[in-house]
Write a protein that binds this ligand. Sequence first.
Ligand code: NDP
Length: 486
Amino acid sequence: MRTITTKVMDCLHFIDGAFVPSANGRTFDNVNPATEDVIGTVAEGGAAEIDLAVKAAKRALNGPWKTMTANERIAVLRKVGDLILERKEELARLESLDTGKPSWLSGTIDIPRAAYNFHFFSDYIRTMTAETTQMDDVALNYAIRRPVGVVGLINPWNLPLLLLTWKLAPALAAGNTVVMKPAELTPMTATVLAEICRDAGVPDGVVNVVHGFGPNSAGSALVEHPDVNAISFTGETTTGKIIMASAAGTLKRLSYELGGKNPNVIFADSNLDEVIETTLKSSFINQGEVCLCGSRIYVESSAYDEFLAKFVARTKELKVGDPFDAKTKVGALISEEHYERVSGYIKLAQEEGGTILTGGKRPEGLERGYYLEPTIIVGLNRNCRVVKEEIFGPVVTVIPFDSEEEVLEQVNDTHYGLSASVWTNDLRRAHRVAGRIEAGIVWVNTWFLRDLRTPFGGMKQSGIGREGGVHSFEFYSELTNICIKL
Ligand code: NDP
């Protein structure tokens, strides 16, 4: 057992407007992946805490949250966004201590985007409409939009606050009440978010946070609870399958944002310098722990050597290390277990016949913390596990191709279908290829550019449903059609 070496904060559950420990007093340690220090304890919730939180959320559905006017709800949600921005420095620090990601990244992307999620979806309330249909003089039909009820939000550890707010903001905007189960590895910003919601005037019971583990614990109890009407889940595809099976008993509405093995397709006519700068980000930002990272890079043969030479050289320049050093580009992986998993794939790549052009090991001088050098692998083919399976770390494979048909066939030869990037200056080819890639999002000559009004989600085993703009409201609200005989 580790001892607390650098106390940052202890995390309690937030149930019915109050911070509470678990009924049995159980806690687990929160470890900073960059130092391996224990930085606090976390209340370990289970079925009992989930039940209390769901009961509070169910009661709150018919409390002041329901009687608030749209303008009042908009004001409360805007205030949540404002308070996130006011506490940006603190939240960015906590996010980096929890995840090991560079603090400049938390401060420029994760936390501002979390605030924007609230500002964006509070504005969106005004656009919520439903349909009216009249057929001859027989009947008038009109639909009313209402909340789904109590919604369970289950989140991963890679973009903790950004992804939590991506679900929480539209769920609240549509009038639901919520029980959140953050990833056990990243509890801190979810705890502060609960405080912010309370300070912004969100009524008691509307937002609840239960910390704990997923399988056979808080996560599964939330999924199986009969009074939870919907689950929005982001995480691994394998976990999604388990959740789908356990949600079947109560036939819950599900929204799924799952894993990916995203292709990055580079044609020789593209601007290689621009490609390389963006590909460095799409490969290694957030230690490669972003579901949208492009981990399969396909380069047209005539540009392959030049691309590799430049890409490897630029990758070697990326500074790996202390998340609180402003020059750091790649921080620490989330946990020892994940470090071992990613390292296992690097070993496997060599067994499968691959060559590591750079990276593949712990950087010199960083003995503590789960640091791994950004890694580029060549010499593998589509049948290799390293090319097929999601690694979720700073590891990419580069494969040459000769024709559009050939690359499309390889790109689509996967059960994933989250995102893709296509690089070309040929307009017709850009549209042609983008339209044939089996993915929920295809970027052309860019990556990670997001307009929150647009549909976000994956095809195949990368997800079910779409979130973003009206799509989020479709998930987080129910329609009742009222038919009046004329
Ligand atoms: P996991 O699937 O392991 O966990 C996600 C969440 O589910 C955690 O809170 C976890 O709890 C919980 N959980 C695990 N098992 C169960 C269960 N049986 N019932 C209910 N809840 C459960 O994912 P990771 O946290 O490892 O995140 C990485 C994955 O997330 C990658 O596959 C990545 O691609 C994907 N992802 C997808 C995104 C998208 O938009 N498509 C965005 C970001 C990530 P606990 O914390 O205890 O493990």
